[in-house]
Every structure is written in structure tokens, then in C-alpha cells.
Design a protein around this ligand. Structure first.
Ligand SMILES: C[S@@+](CC[C@H](N)C(=O)[O-])C[C@H]1O[C@@H](n2cnc3c(N)ncnc32)[C@H](O)[C@@H]1O
Length: 359
């Protein structure tokens, strides 16, 4: 986490500012081309009295950091192996949180295979690689494949050049990368530690560069894919929950969220949380296939998805409380590679809104 981001980041519990604590874990700060980067340490909020760990350069700004460490212990330890110092291990194990590890609800997003699929989805040109006789070829050519690119075009239609932008549920950072092309600074947040670690590795080269990955084919077969992205200087990605965004209120001009709503524990909280960090007249783009699953959220928490309540209508209603709707599109195909013989096709709803002026 770049140290300069402390001016924008806030405690997810109190909203208070954060400072680097020097008492419990010795802060490890390295000097990079982007300025000082806190590779390991603890962030402290005076108001809430809470400590938030920074591990392998990834700040974990969630409301219950000890529970997060316990639930994600193995995912963190394996994905950040070699980048965790004895001090941090002592902090985690001294607090005993490794002993109550119960596995994360979002464990799926922590697996190497799933992360590889999202790297392929965000940075690969897979639709161009399909052989001419591939059964999906004609469909992909018809759709013009570049899904994230199309989302960005929709944002650009309303925004022009942007000062600060945020992508919630950013996974490995593909949309952060695209937003960075026309924004002064972009933050990404995701709840999955390994995805944030990968996003920082690809986009910032921290704590190490990631230039290739193994794409699953079938079974244990894989192909090594190169990632050819230029490093960026104007992005930062942290672990946080979309329900309590750890930022200064009203600081963003644009907030995007793709395929996140139906994967959150409290989808209804998302619109309120985005509203809090957007400036007046700020722009929001949300797109989702509303593939509701109780593994992610309870039925009461879904936005529609119940008898007499189609999700697209319920979502529009939720959005209209805080935003003027600028554009709505439905049944946009979103195609996700699973392996060389399995692709999932979702049909997404997409809403663009502008934050209403208050008072
Ligand atoms: C289906 S993936 C979509 C990723 C990316 N936005 C895209 O469209 O390719 C859902 C992402 O949301 C993240 N996620 C789930 N619940 C979250 C929450 N409460 N806060 C932040 N991220 C969350 C997951 O870790 C995962 O990376």
C-alpha cells in the first residue's frame, strides 16, 4: 500500500483517519518509483481503536480484521508466501487467529484456478485467440468480445476525463486498469486477498511482478499465458468490503461495480455505500446477472429475485432513491471462460446513474 494513500483511506468502522502503528509489528516500508510503499505493518485508527494489517503490500481494511485473518488464513499464507515477515506471523499467531480458521465464504475467489480465469478474462485476448472453426467464434465475433472495454465506453460517454475513480469488486484489476487510462487516480477494492495481491502484482509490480500465469485447460492440463500490461503509477488496490468502503466520503467522481451485487453478503448495502463515497453529480455504473445464490446472501437480502419482483426492476428502484438514472441496458452477454470445454454465459443488466444533489 502506498503510504500517500493514507490521505484517502479511512477506518471502515469509524470513518476516522489511519496512521501507521510502530509498536506491535515493525513497519516495513520500501522506496519504489511510486514513492514509499508499506509492504507490511499495522494501520491504527484512533477513533475506533482498531488495527488493520498490511500484508505483502495489501492493506486489509475490513470491519472485522481478526475474523478476516482467521477465515482467510490459509489463502493469505499461501498466496503471499515469501513476503510475510516473522513479525507479522507472530502478530497473527500470537493473536491465535490461525487456530480458529474456519474457511472463507468467498473461498472460491481465493483459488489459483479461479484467479487464473479472471486474469484471462481481464487481460487476455481470448476471444481473438479462438480458432476460426471454434463453436463460440461466430458468437464472440458478433459480440465483439471486449466486455470490459464496452463497459468503459459506457462510462466515458458520460464522464469525460475523471479525477478519482473506484472499481468495487475489482478482482485482479482489469477494470481498474482501463479506468486508469482516463482518470488521474483509480482505487480498486475486493474482498479476496489473493485477487488483490495479483492485481497489485500485475498493475504495480508489487510486491513482485506477475508477467505470466497458468490457465486451466481441463483436469490438471494448463497453458502458460503471458500478461503484457504496462505498469501503472496512478492506481492502488486494497482488501475491503463493498458494504463499508474505507474512503473519505464524497471523494470519487466515478464508481463502477461489475458482477458483484449477487456475490455480496449484503447486496442492499451496496447502493448506500457507493452513494456515501461519490461526490454530488458523481457517476455510478453497476452491471450484474442477478444470479442469486444463498451461498452468498440470504433471500431477504437479494435485490428482487423473488416472486413478483424481477431483479432489474428492484435494482432500478434501489438506484432511484439516490441517483438519477442516465442509462439502462439489459441482457448484455457476459461470457466467462471456465476451461477449454466450458464457458458460462450470463445476460447482464446494466444501470448508469448520477448522484442526486441534496439540500
Ligand atoms: C464475479 S466476480 C467479478 C469480478 C470483476 N468485477 C469482473 O466483473 O470480472 C465477483 C468479485 O466480487 C468480490 N466480492 C464478493 N463480495 C464482495 C464484497 N462484499 N466486497 C468486495 N468484493 C466482493 C469477489 O471476491 C470477486 O472478486
Amino acid at each position: 500500500m502506498r503510504v500517500s494513500a493514507l490521505t484517502d483511506l479511512r477506518c471502515p468502522v469509524s470513518g476516522g483517519s489511519l496512521r501507521i502503528d510502530e509498536n506491535i509489528v515493525r513497519p516495513k516500508i520500501i522506496n519504489t518509483q511510486l514513492g514509499d510503499d508499506l509492504q507490511e505493518g499495522l494501520l491504527f485508527c484512533e477513533e475506533s481503536g482498531k488495527l488493520y494489517p498490511v500484508i505483502a503490500g495489501v492493506a486489509i481494511l475490513v470491519r472485522k480484521p481478526l475474523t478476516y485473518l482467521a477465515s482467510n488464513y490459509y489463502g493469505i499464507m499461501t498466496s503471499a508466501a515469501g513476503f510475510i515477515e516473522a513479525d507479522m506471523v507472530a502478530y497473527i499467531e500470537g493473536g491465535g487467529v490461525d487456530l480458529v480458521s474456519e474457511g472463507s465464504q468467498s473461498a472460491k475467489y481465493n483459488t489459483a484456478a479461479n484467479i487464473a480465469l479472471y486474469i484471462y478474462h481481464h487481460y487476455g485476448d481470448w476471444f481473438q485467440q479462438l480458432p476460426s472453426d471454434h463453436p463460440l467464434g461466430a458468437l464472440m465475433r458478433h459480440l465483439d468480445g471486449d466486455w470490459l472495454g464496452k463497459l468503459i465506453e459506457t462510462v466515458k460517454n458520460y464522464s469525460g476525463l475523471v479525477d478519482t475513480a473506484l472499481d468495487v469488486g475489482c478482482s485482479v484489476g482489469g477494470l481498474v486498469y482501463k479506468l486508469a487510462g482516463f482518470s488521474s487516480f483509480v482505487y480498486g477494492i475486493d474482498y479476496a486477498f489473493p485477487s488483490v495481491l495479483v492485481a497489485r502484482s500485475i498493475l504495480l509490480g508489487q510486491p513482485k511482478s506477475l508477467d505470466c500465469y497458468r490457465l486451466p485447460l481441463t483436469g490438471t492440463r494448463y497453458r502458460t499465458e503471458q500478461i503484457r500490461m504496462e505498469r501503472l503509477t496512478n492506481v492502488e488496490i486494497v482488501v475491503a468490503s463493498a458494504e463499508s468502503l474505507p474512503f473519505v466520503k464524497g471523494m470519487f467522481d466515478v464508481v463502477t461495480g461489475a458482477n458483484l451485487v449477487d456475490r455480496m453478503g449484503s447486496p442492499l448495502e451496496l447502493v448506500r455505500a457507493i452513494d456515501a463515497v461519490l461526490r454530488e453529480d458523481g457517476l455510478v455504473l453497476l452491471t450484474d446477472p442477478y444470479d442469486w445464490r444463498m451461498a452468498h446472501s440470504g433471500i431477504e437480502d437479494w435485490i428482487g429475485g423473488r416472486v413478483d419482483s424481477p431483479s432489474e426492476e428492484a435494482m432500478r428502484g434501489e438506484m432511484e432513491r439516490e441517483f438519477a438514472i442516465l442509462e439502462e441496458q439489459d441482457r448484455i452477454p457476459w461470457i466467462l471462460y471456465k476451461n477449454e470445454r466450458e464457458y458460462t454465459i450470463f445476460l447482464n443488466h446494466c444501470v448508469v446513474g448520477k448522484k442526486l444533489r441534496r439540500g
